[in-house]
Structure formats: C-alpha cells, structure tokens
Design a protein around this ligand. Sequence first.
Ligand SMILES: NC(=O)c1ccc[n+]([C@@H]2O[C@H](COP(=O)([O-])OP(=O)(O)OC[C@H]3O[C@@H](n4cnc5c(N)ncnc54)[C@H](O)[C@@H]3O)[C@@H](O)[C@H]2O)c1
Length: 311
Amino acid sequence: MNKIGICGAGLIGASWAIGFANAGYIPYVYDSSPNSVDNFNKYFDDLVKDLKIIDPNINEDKIRNNIKLNCTIDQICENAVLIQESIVEDLKVKQDVYKELDRLTSKETILASSSSYLVISEISEFVEHKNRCINAHPALPPHVVPFVEVVGSQDTSEEIINKALTIYKKANYAAILVKKETEGFVLNRLQGALLNEAVRLHEGGFASMEDIDIALKHALGIRWAFMGPFEIMDLNAPEGIKDSFSRYRTGIQNLAKQQNTVPSYSDEYLDKLDKEQRQRLAYQDRPDRIKKRNQMIALIRKLKLELGEDV
Ligand SMILES: NC(=O)c1ccc[n+]([C@@H]2O[C@H](COP(=O)([O-])OP(=O)(O)OC[C@H]3O[C@@H](n4cnc5c(N)ncnc54)[C@H](O)[C@@H]3O)[C@@H](O)[C@H]2O)c1
C-alpha cells in the first residue's frame, strides 16, 4: 500500500518522487523521454541539497533507494495506491495518458494530475472510471514548498478525495481541499489576482517594478510566510475579523471596483517589462537566483518548523 506511480519525471514529477520517497513511500517512475533518467539524476542532487537545509538528518540513500527509475507505464500502474501524473500541460496528451492509466490500474488506484490549469473533468473526459480522478496541484518549487491542492470533478467520489488527502498529509504535504472545480484552483487564483494587480499598477505608471517587488517581499510576503489573509484580518482590529472587515470594507470594496480590468499583456507592454527588468536583473544570473530562491525558501521552512509549524 505504499507504492506510488510517478507518470512524467520532469521538474514536478522528480520533485514528487523525492517528496514521497522521503516520507517512506516507494515511487515507481515512468517518463516517455529517453533522457529522463539522466535528467532525474541531474535534478536529484540539487533537490536533496535544498531538503538538507530544512533537515540535515535527511537520509539521502533511503530516498535514492526508494525511488525506482526507468519503469514502464505498466510497472508504475501495478498495485499503485496513487498515480501522480506530471506530464506536459497539454489536454490531448493528458487525456490519452489518463485513458491508459485507467486501463492499466486497479479500480481503487487514485489517478491524480499535477496540472496547473487543466481541470480534471476535462482531463478525465474519456476515462471509464472517473470516480477516482482528481487534480492534485503542487506549488513551485515543490521539493521545498510542501503544498498540494486537491479537487475532484462532479464524478469524483468523496472517498477518493479523502483517501488522497490522507496520502498527501502522510507524505508531509500541507494538503487543502478545493470543494468545487474552478480554473486556477485556489493557488493560481490568488496568485493571478496579485499578478494582474502588479501589472495594472506598473502599466498605469503608479510604481516601478522594483518598488512593487519591494512592497511584496519586505511587507506582505514576510507575513504571508506564516499567515493567510483571514488570519491576518483577525489581528487587524481589536474585535477580530468582523471588526477588521467592517472598518475597512468600503475601502476594500472601492478597490475591487477599480481592480476589474483585464491587462492587455500586449507584445509592446511585454517588451517594456523585459527592458525594465533587464536593467535591474541580468538574464544570465537566473540560475543563481533560482538557487537562491530555493535556498531562501528552505531556510524559511526550517525557521517555521523551529517555531512550531507543522510543515
Ligand atoms: N513547473 C511548474 O511551475 C508547475 C507547478 C505546478 C504544476 N505544474 C504542472 O506539472 C506538470 C508537469 O510540469 P513540469 O514543469 O514538470 O514539466 P516538464 O516539462 O519539466 O516535465 C514533463 C515531463 O513529462 C514527460 N512526458 C511528456 N509526455 C509524456 C507522456 N505522454 N508520457 C510520459 N511522460 C511524458 C516529459 O518527457 C517530461 O520529462 C504540468 O501539468 C504542469 O502544469 C507545473
């Protein structure tokens, strides 16, 4: 009951395999690309290095030995409790793979898609046993961000949803339930609202990219690392959340009225964005900045754990 099938072993699939293996599951990994094992081995060392920042006692050998690389699709399906599909974000390709997974697995196996935007009702449209199909969307970079949001279609059984949530929690992910299918789920809807507003502020000439980034990383982001918006509002006025919202609702509603335009994201604007970005951040530094991002997240995770957070 601890075998997990990993279907697609790119950035996300490799990270899932390491996360599950670290929690004692045995991930069997399948990828259609002949380069996938080399790529996996290339990712492995860096991903484990970041994990060691969070917990220096992590057993690298146990993780590596638990992961079975270079499997066929049949091998990952046999007796798997859950298949984590993490292939390319293409509806037709995912639909084809889902038909195959449905055919090859026992009817109790959960078929979970890492998809960022494609919803499970569409991915599983041609699947016979839709009741066991879910979206299980992680956050980048998933080896150090311990999050997954689970959502089913109208055909998904409640039992499968609960079983999946239990598995992800056992694998040390903060797993949330999205009660109804919605494009972008919870994570990308929150992120999209913020990105659109950052662009509106920048395009409208209200602040520079640099200053908008500062407002996030030196103000909101520091709080958001350990408190969500509803937890924060509970502390914003003496009587708690209701007091906070009633004091500030007119201002918040006024903003909502102004924040409903769709930015054009025109080529011209994207060129401008790129030019301004390159004046402050060199393109060639991206690998270093990715490394720094992952290490900073790992350090924040370590601190959160030391301060008593669960994950
Ligand atoms: N990268 C992100 O920020 C992120 C975050 C959350 C979720 N996701 C989702 O995770 C999924 C994978 O994204 P990624 O960033 O790992 O992409 P990736 O390109 O790094 O990896 C995709 C892997 O799937 C393999 N593949 C493609 N078609 C296949 C098939 N038919 N059968 C088996 N293997 C196949 C490829 O060889 C590749 O190794 C996507 O659905 C994406 O939306 C991505």
